[in-house]
Design a protein around this ligand. Structure first.
Ligand code: URA
Length: 244
C-alpha cells in the first residue's frame, strides 16, 4: 500500500502561497486555521496530506486550496501573456493571487500568443506538463482562424503534405488537418507547437490570420458558455481526455 505523505502544517500552507511560516503561525494563533472544525494552533504539527484535506481544513473560514497536482483549464482572454515575468497582463493574474507563490509553481502547458484566445491548460505537475507538450505524443490542438483573405482551396493539401517548411526552420511541419468553415474561416488541427505556428502556416499560404482561438487540446474541448477569463479545475477523468 502506498505510504500517505505527511507535512508540517506551516510548510504545507507556505508552499500553497498562504504566507511565510511566521505569518502562518500568526494566522493559527488568531484562530484562522481549522482542521475538522477544530482550531489548529500548533503549525509545527505534521498532518497526513490526503486528497480530502481541502474538504477538512479551512483557512480564514474558506476551504483550503487544491493540493499540488492541479490541472486548470482557462479560456484565455486576448491581450494576456503566457509568462511569469513579462510586463503587462499575465494569464496568472486571473487565478487567486496567492497561487503565484505556490511551490511547485503553476505554469502554462505550452503557450498561446498574447493575441490568441481560447483553451489554455495550466498545471503544477511537471510530469504532466512534459507529457502534454512532448512531440512524441502528437497531441492534437485545434484552432479556429479568421483570415484576412478568402482561402484559395490549395491550403488543405499544403498543410496535409508534411512538406511545408516554415521560414527559418530546417524541418518540415508534420501533416496538419484543415477544415474549411467559410471563405475566410477555418479550423486547423496541428500536432506540434512551433512558435506562432498557425499564423506562420497561413502566412506561408499567402494569407494572414486576423483572429485565432484554440478550441481543443486532444479530446478536451473548451466548455460551451465559458467566458474569456473564466477557469476551472479539471478532474482526473477530464485531464485524461487530453490524451484521447
Ligand atoms: N499558433 C499560433 O500562431 N499562435 C498561437 O498562439 C498558437 C498556435
Amino acid at each position: 500500500m502506498a505510504k500517505i505523505p505527511t507535512s508540517r502544517v506551516d510548510k504545507l500552507l507556505s508552499s500553497m502561497g498562504y504566507g511565510s511560516r511566521v505569518e502562518i503561525a500568526r494566522m493559527a494563533k488568531r484562530g484562522g486555521i481549522t482542521l475538522d472544525a477544530t482550531d489548529l494552533l500548533d503549525v509545527s504539527k505534521r498532518i497526513p496530506v490526503t486528497p480530502d484535506l481541502p474538504a477538512r481544513m479551512e483557512i480564514d473560514r474558506e476551504a483550503l486550496d487544491p493540493l499540488a497536482g492541479m490541472v486548470i483549464l482557462l479560456n484565455k482572454p486576448l491581450g494576456m501573456t503566457c509568462s511569469h515575468k513579462e510586463d503587462g497582463a499575465l494569464v496568472y493574474d486571473v487565478l487567486p493571487e496567492r497561487w503565484k507563490r505556490r511551490n511547485p509553481a503553476v505554469s502554462t502547458i505550452g503557450r498561446l500568443d498574447k493575441q490568441t484566445s481560447g483553451l489554455l491548460l495550466l498545471t503544477d505537475d511537471g510530469g504532466l506538463l512534459h507529457r502534454v507538450i512532448s512531440p512524441k505524443r502528437h497531441i492534437k490542438k485545434t484552432y479556429r482562424a479568421k483570415l484576412a483573405r478568402p482561402l484559395d482551396g490549395t491550403e488543405g493539401d499544403l498543410f496535409a503534405s508534411g512538406q511545408l517548411m516554415l521560414e527559418g526552420e530546417g524541418k518540415p511541419l508534420a501533416p496538419a488537418e484543415l477544415e474549411v468553415v467559410s471563405e475566410t474561416e477555418a479550423l486547423l488541427t496541428v500536432t506540434e507547437g512551433r512558435y506562432h505556428q498557425v499564423r506562420r502556416m497561413f502566412a506561408a499560404a499567402g494569407n494572414h490570420v486576423e483572429k485565432l482561438h484554440r478550441e481543443r487540446v486532444g479530446g478536451l474541448a473548451l466548455p460551451d458558455g465559458m467566458v474569456p477569463g473564466q477557469w476551472k479545475l479539471l478532474s482526473e477523468d477530464q485531464t485524461a481526455l487530453i490524451f484521447r
